[in-house]
Write a protein that binds this ligand. Structure first.
Ligand code: AMP
Ligand code: GLY
Length: 443
């Protein structure tokens, strides 16, 4: 049995943990919270901040793990991969230098420009106020972003979050207090997530997924880490053609080549947040890890052995034949504390009837909750924190079937102050996405 170290304690990591155990790995976990799902699967665990690279490397040494994978972006940015490599562990995640593609939006934009990667957007980076206002005016409509990691919450887009040049400028000044701001052309279209396993040279793509960033139904309210996600039959989305999907894969491969040429080969899961525009997919953001919740969609479909994929990535040679996904559709909905995105109701009880969820044929993955009682496989009792609580995932031959199954399963996550977006994966919302693309394409 291969001893595999997993870093991180969210629902994404719970799904990774399950895939590791399902494919015969002996799970060793380094996580900051008592995630009931991961703890029940792990042979050993250590409670540690996921950015504490020395402590994580020390645990790996003590346990004698051979292979490691890192879930959260903050851990990658703080050099956890590098520390593990120095401890002699094979790591199926990017080094700090390769992960800069995520933790510095300026690095990402400059890299794509230098290497003429397809799907680029116009952008300008500023480190002081001079010229910012003019740039906003010139490039209007725009997206205004701080330069670093924001958990998907730091971006303001004209039309959605800021209405005037003055408002955009005021936000740009706020970003500048953190060091730098990027002003980007606003791309019109529908966003989707394209994840791929990478061995430094090639991207082996996974099914396309659509996340829902807005906190409330009907895409209202503030941006969040993601409220739920779905994937369609045969790995496509209802508004994405095979050709557009393939263009997305070309973009990811071009990014891998660019990183390799810069001496920063990318090993691990890459995740493109692509905006499907009139002219095809455009790059909104590149992440150096699985998406959360998107990991739950694709890992539920993964038919081949995740541990073998991790080994092959870390060894620098991943044959595409090693990666197989079921052709089903998936729907994942996140249950969150009431007020999530604005002011979460933390420390409130919730109960997860795992047996009833399993009976519906669905799965549940724990995120930022603390277990207080109950038993895995039966009813787990826990309390909420300020972040997302549990993800419920269902598959089906069609999206409608997966959605109905997810809804039935969600009835078995109960508590007085919980919320989830019922509309994620619904026929009405998907029809809206298809309609947006029809309008954007000018058809
Ligand atoms: P990010 O943190 O970069 O993922 O941005 C959060 C959200 O802002 C994205 O999911 C997009 O919906 C939106 N966004 C970011 N950049 C742009 C852009 N250049 N054009 C349009 N929307 C954008
Ligand atoms: N689904 C958004 C993220 O993982 O960044």
């Amino acid at each position: 049995m291969t001893k595999v170290l997993l870093v991180g304690g969210g629902a994404r990591e719970h799904a990774m943990a399950e895939a590791i155990v399902r494919s015969g790995g002996a799970l060793h976990a380094a996580l900051p919270n008592r995630n009931p799902g991961i703890l029940s699967l792990a042979k050993e665990h250590v409670l540690v901040k996921d950015t504490d690279a020395p402590a994580i490397a020390e645990a790996a040494r003590k346990w004698g793990v051979e292979l490691a994978v890192v879930g959260p972006d903050a851990a990658l940015a703080s050099g956890v991969t590098d520390a593990l490599q120095r401890a002699g562990v094979a790591v199926a995640s990017p080094t700090k230098a390769a992960a800069e593609i995520e933790w510095s939006k300026a690095f990402m934009r400059d890299l794509l420009e230098k290497h003429q990667v397809p799907g680029r957007v116009k952008y300008r980076t500023f480190r002081s106020e001079a010229g910012v206002r003019d740039a906003i005016q010139e490039m209007w409509p725009v997206a205004v972003k701080p330069i670093g990691l924001t958990g998907g919450k730091g971006v303001k887009v004209s039309g959605d979050h800021v209405r005037t040049v003055d408002e955009a400028f005021a936000y740009a000044k706020e970003c500048l207090s953190g060091g730098a701001v990027i002003i980007e052309e606003k791309v019109e279209g529908e966003e989707f997530s394209l994840q791929a396993f990478c061995d430094g040279n090639h991207a082996v793509p996974m099914p396309a997924v659509q996340d829902h960033k807005r906190a409330f139904e009907g895409d209202q309210g503030p941006n969040t880490g993601g409220m739920g996600s779905y994937s369609g039959e045969k790995g496509l989305l209802p508004f994405v053609t095979r050709e557009e999907y393939d263009q997305g894969v070309v973009i990811l491969n071009a990014i891998l080549q660019a990183l390799r040429k810069e001496g920063r080969p990318f090993v691990g899961t890459i995740y493109g947040q692509l905006m499907l525009s009139k002219t095809g997919p455009r790059v909104i953001e590149i992440n150096a890890r699985f998406g959360d919740p998107e990991a739950m969609n694709v890992l539920t479909l993964l038919e081949s052995r995740y541990v073998e994929i991790l080994q092959a990535m870390a060894a620098g040679e991943l044959p595409a034949s090693l990666v197989r996904f079921a052709h089903d559709a998936t729907v994942c909905k996140y249950v969150v504390p009431e007020g999530y995105g604005v002011k979460s109701m933390a420390n409130e009880p919730l109960a997860v009837d795992e047996a009833a969820i399993a009976k519906e044929g669905a799965r549940v993955y724990y995120a930022a909750v603390n277990q207080t009682g109950g038993q895995r496989g039966k009813v787990v009792e826990a309390t909420t924190t300020t972040s997302r609580s549990v993800g419920v995932v269902a598959t089906g031959a069609t999206l409608a079937e997966a959605n109905a199954k997810a809804d039935r399963a969600l009835a078995h996550v109960t508590g007085p102050h919980l919320y989830h977006r019922r509309d994620v994966g619904s026929a009405a919302l998907i029809a809206k996405r298809v309609e947006t693309m029809r309008r954007v394409r000018g058809g």
